[in-house]
Design a protein around this ligand. Sequence first.
Ligand SMILES: [Zn+2]
Length: 137
Amino acid sequence: MIHITKSQLAELISHALREDPVECCGFLIGTEGRTSSVRSTRNIKSDSQSRFEMDESEWKQVLIEAEASGEGAVAVYHSHTNTQAYPSVTDVEIAVKNGWAGYRHVVISLAEKTHPVVRVFMITADGEVNEEVIQTD
Ligand SMILES: [Zn+2]
């Protein structure tokens, strides 16, 4: 289970809408599954509308800053501008390649623009995808 407040969910959705039709990305920072802040990052694959890639030095810096304040990444997030809120085959490959397996992955779907959907998944090192429950405030 992951804890994301309603205002943090709204922040994720507004980030996704702001970048649409490009995918947005970033981290949920916090401790023990409880989100304290949303930290957006740049999508260096912004020329593509169906994938995302974070700049490696930028995402490493985000994690260093989080650790310096006794926190860590609760989840990695990105948006799907035209597809459902479920990790794609590429998402799973990238998660495993970047060492983000074992992290929660939040996917924000804008497939229905007036009805964004946010879901959370744990991706294992074997590429297994398991949905988690989001608890709001
Ligand atoms: Zn994706």
